[in-house]
Design a binder for this molecule. Structure first.
Ligand code: SAH
Length: 386
């Protein structure tokens, strides 16, 4: 394998690429060893699948805006666990187009005499820029996160931004005037285009809004979803629950080979996208619920519902005992656990192993090259008679 290495001047300050001093094959060995250490006692760990793109794989890029002491407008990433901005114009793992757009926004802020937000005083205009790019379709969303709703010369600003980057398909102003470390606020105005982008994954179209989760390494996610569903081997008769479903990705991909898919997700914007995604793909056997996954599963268990397959893809904190106890009561033949944190995966697998499930497959993916993070898919099946 050709050895990919990065040479980044700010890697220490930024802290985003914890493995930047390793070659790509060293990173794979490091991640394999991490998963084996945590899960190896429970089951054999397959060899980690490399990321199709090693560099510039991040399709979602965020930059914070601020000023230096001398008043110069800067943009970049927050130094890990602080709010000091590390200045960057380019990054080895972020989409290059997104980075170029952010640099242009910074130039336009100056030429339009706009201000940047000051976290201490709560005054000023531009706070963050978020760019999302659909790699399969080329669509690009730019979200300008501002501290105030008033946007002086917004039409001229957008026109110039689009003139310099004609491939931008939508521009959104998001107002966030609170003291918070969350990037996005509640109020949004679409300044150009539709307000969302559409990507393609495993032959389906997925519409994504600014606040909806979408896998940041699209090509690796496509590999992972198709392998994972192949390993399940659906026949067309199954009732599938897709928990922590985002914009509906894996559930909708599975729906073609299942009787029915029931998806549950907490973020209302993602649920709205998921419902539209079912429609635009002509899928009629999928239902979507906006709820806390644990509450929803407990309710399903109380109603004595049954499922043949439970797919769960929780955030880094993993799932909950309430969720998993409810899964047991739904008696699924198979559970497909997709995890972005092997530590919480190990904890949750221990619960399933104590309660009548066996691991059939444990497959890591290098979804986040140059970072310490690793994605793992674990297929479990119920032991007869339990
Ligand atoms: N399976 C999707 C999304 C996975 S990311 C995909 O691969 O595209 C995890 C998702 O869980 C996010 O969309 C997040 O909004 C959602 N989530 C977080 N906490 C939740 C909870 N308590 N109940 C339901 N969904 C939750």
């Amino acid at each position: 394998m050709a050895e990919v290495k990065i040479n980044c001047a700010v890697s220490k300050k930024c802290g985003g690429c914890q493995l930047s001093n390793m070659t790509y094959s060293q990173q794979l060995s490091f991640k394999q060893a991490k998963v084996v250490k945590l899960l190896g006692k429970m089951h054999r760990v397959e060899e980690i699948v490399p990321s199709p793109r090693k560099l510039h794989y991040r399709n979602k890029v965020q930059a914070a805006f601020g000023r230096t002491k001398s008043g110069m407008i800067i943009s970049g990433v927050y130094q890990s666990s602080t709010h000091n901005i590390v200045r960057t114009d380019a990054c080895c793992i972020e989409d290059e187009k997104a980075d170029a757009i952010i640099v242009t926004v910074r130039e336009l802020i100056k030429s339009f005499n706009l201000t940047v937000f000051d976290e201490r005083s709560g005054e000023g205009f531009l706070r963050h820029v978020l760019v999302k790019r659909a790699f399969a379709t080329g669509e690009i969303m730019v979200v300008l996160v501002t501290g105030t709703p008033v946007f002086k010369s917004k039409n001229a600003f957008c026109e110039e931004l689009l003139r310099r980057h004609p491939d931008i398909t939508t521009v959104i102003q998001n107002v966030n005037n609170r003291f918070t470390s969350l990037v996005l606020g509640d109020k949004e105005t679409v300044l150009y285009g539709t307000g969302y982008i559409t990507d393609e994954l495993c032959g389906l179209k997925f519409r994504i809004s600014s606040k909806s989760f979408y896998q940041i390494n699209r090509d690796c996610a496509e590999l992972m979803f198709s392998h994972a569903l192949d390993s399940v081997g659906l026949t067309g008769d199954e009732v599938v629950i897709d928990a922590y479903s985002g914009v509906g990705t894996i559930g909708l991909i599975a729906s073609k080979q299942a009787k029915k898919v029931i998806s549950v997700e907490l973020n209302p914007d993602a649920v709205r996208d998921a419902k539209i995604n079912a429609k635009i793909n002509g899928i009629r056997n999928a239902a979507f619920y906006c709820a806390d996954a644990s509450d929803f599963m407990a309710e399903m268990a109380k109603e004595n519902e049954r499922a043949d397959l439970v797919i769960m893809d929780p955030p880094r904190a993993g799932s909950t005992v309430t969720f998993m106890k409810s899964v047991l009561r739904l008696l699924p033949e198979k559970v497909l656990y997709i995890s972005c944190n092997p530590e919480t995966l190990a904890r949750d697998l221990t619960f399933f192993l104590k309660n009548g499930y066996r691991i059939r497959l444990c497959q890591p993916y290098d979804m986040f090259p140059f970072t310490e993070h690793v994605e793992t898919v674990c297929l479990m099946s119920r032991v007869e008679g339990k």
